[in-house]
Design a protein. Structure first.
Length: 140
């Protein structure tokens, strides 16, 4: 048994799960996560010089967190915004792990920073709580 952990963009979850079901993977756990990679998250660029004179815009400015307020007492030289992503957890034994990894890559590779990461880990054992089944029988 292997566990495949994939960190992907949020808008690609539906397509990824569909591709996994086409190769026979039906059990997927999806987590909402925040993180950063080598780029250290999204860095706020210059502020838009056009400021419309509306209450909605002004209230949005003052109620939305800014990168500097999110950085707080950090020693970082640039403010960091954690990037929202989804983490897919998949445990497989019937489907070859290479097919699972390839299906995830096919749906998420754009060639740009932030496409995500895939981790493959060994699973020692599994237990289905309801029946007490162990091993491969517990994940099928």
């Amino acid at each position: 048994m292997k566990e495949v952990m994939a960190i992907i963009r949020r808008h690609r979850v539906k397509e990824t799960i569909h591709a996994l079901s086409e190769i026979g993977v039906d059990s997927v756990t999806v987590h909402s996560v925040n993180g950063r990679g080598k780029q250290r998250g999204a860095i706020m660029g210059s502020i838009d010089p056009y400021v419309p004179d509306t209450i909605e815009y002004v209230s949005k400015i003052y109620t939305s967190p800014t990168p500097s307020s999110m950085a707080g007492d950090s020693t970082l030289t640039k403010p960091v915004i954690w990037m929202p992503k989804n983490l897919l957890d998949i445990v497989v034994s019937d489907v070859p792990v290479e097919k699972v990894v390839q299906a995830i890559m096919d749906q998420n590779r754009s060639g740009r920073h932030g496409d995500g990461k895939i981790f493959v880990l060994p699973v020692g054992d599994a237990v289905r709580i309801r029946t007490g089944d162990t091993g491969d029988a517990a994940i099928v």
